[in-house]
Ligand binder design. Structure first.
Ligand SMILES: [Zn+2]
Ligand SMILES: [Zn+2]
Length: 158
């Protein structure tokens, strides 16, 4: 495109060089055409830039999705509602479903291994998948309980 533009401009420039600054009506026509081409070129350039920016944006989105995926794999699904991710802070574990348990020095890693070992331990003696509930007395702090009606067992996790 740039080459065409150059050739066109040259072909317009050369006759004008021989005549005093293009007063001829056809020069106006040519100028109009030239302007049109120039506009088109600018438009195309903008399109290319837009496409480039969009591809950049797409890359960014891909990257974000990948990072989110990595993050998601590091999260713990709430055992009570089995829908939301648990928010694990040093002093509390909570979930959108209402689970809210105060803890001490909790980390996602600790909680995950706690959940995994408790569930694994239960699975060694019972095939039923255990239920998780939050118990809270009037004065007691809430705790996370794993219970199973089949083998009639319960364990306080948090
Ligand atoms: Zn939940
Ligand atoms: Zn059981």
């Amino acid at each position: 495109m740039k080459q065409e533009w150059q050739v066109l401009r040259d072909s317009l420039d050369s006759p004008r060089g021989q005549e005093p600054l293009g007063q001829m009506p056809e020069d106006f026509d040519e100028l109009a055409v030239l302007e049109e081409i120039q506009e088109e070129l600018i438009l195309q350039e903008q399109l290319v830039i837009e496409e480039y920016e969009q591809s950049l944006l797409f890359d960014q989105e891909c990257l974000n999705a990948m990072l989110e995926g990595l993050e998601a794999s590091d999260r713990i699904i709430c055992p009570v509602c089995r829908k939301n991710n648990l928010t694990v802070k040093t002093h509390l574990v909570c979930c959108q479903c209402g689970l809210y348990i105060s803890t001490r020095d909790m980390t996602e890693g600790k909680l995950r291994s706690l959940l995994e070992s408790t569930v694994t331990e239960h699975s060694h003696r019972c095939l039923h998948s255990p239920e998780f509930t939050v118990t809270s007395g009037m004065e007691e702090e809430a705790s996370l309980l794993m219970s199973c009606p089949v083998c009639d067992s319960w364990t306080i996790l948090l």
